[in-house]
Design a protein. Structure first.
Length: 135
């Protein structure tokens, strides 16, 4: 198995994959201009579609666009193979579920790789995946 990705690499890949859409979603409804709010809402919706597609891509190939850019890939812990599209989506869904449940589980899930020996989030542990370096 290649070396595990560190937390900063994972954050960088996540930011490349989702950063602009998260910003747009958080700004939806925050301005006093209706047309700007609509634009941010459309960008947030496109971000949702992008995130689902990217999670399926990461499951199938091991790499989302952010992971590919930073030389990382998603792999099964047992054998290093791609986890599959369904597991890639499930991993994303679990990440979202932790945030929806309450901000505290979301933050803990995000920070968990900092002290976990396998650098896994809770979602990674549930679906038995790891993020590894490709270079």
């Amino acid at each position: 198995m290649p070396p595990l990705a560190d937390w900063w690499q994972r954050v960088g890949a996540f930011a490349l994959d989702n950063g602009p859409f998260i910003v747009a979603g958080s700004l939806t409804g925050a301005t006093q201009v209706e047309s700007v709010d609509i634009l941010f809402g459309v960008l947030a919706f496109l971000g949702l579609i992008w995130a689902v597609g990217n999670s399926i891509r990461a499951g199938r190939t091991g790499q989302s666009y952010g992971k590919q850019t930073l030389g990382l890939r998603l792999a099964r812990f047992e054998n290093g193979l791609p986890v599959g599209a369904a597991v890639g989506f499930l991993r994303l869904f679990l990440d979202w579920l932790f945030w929806v449940a309450c901000a505290i589980p979301g933050v803990l899930n995000l920070l968990w790789p900092l002290w976990d020996s396998k650098h896994q989030t809770w979602a990674d542990k549930i679906v038995r995946s790891v993020v590894v370096r490709t270079r």
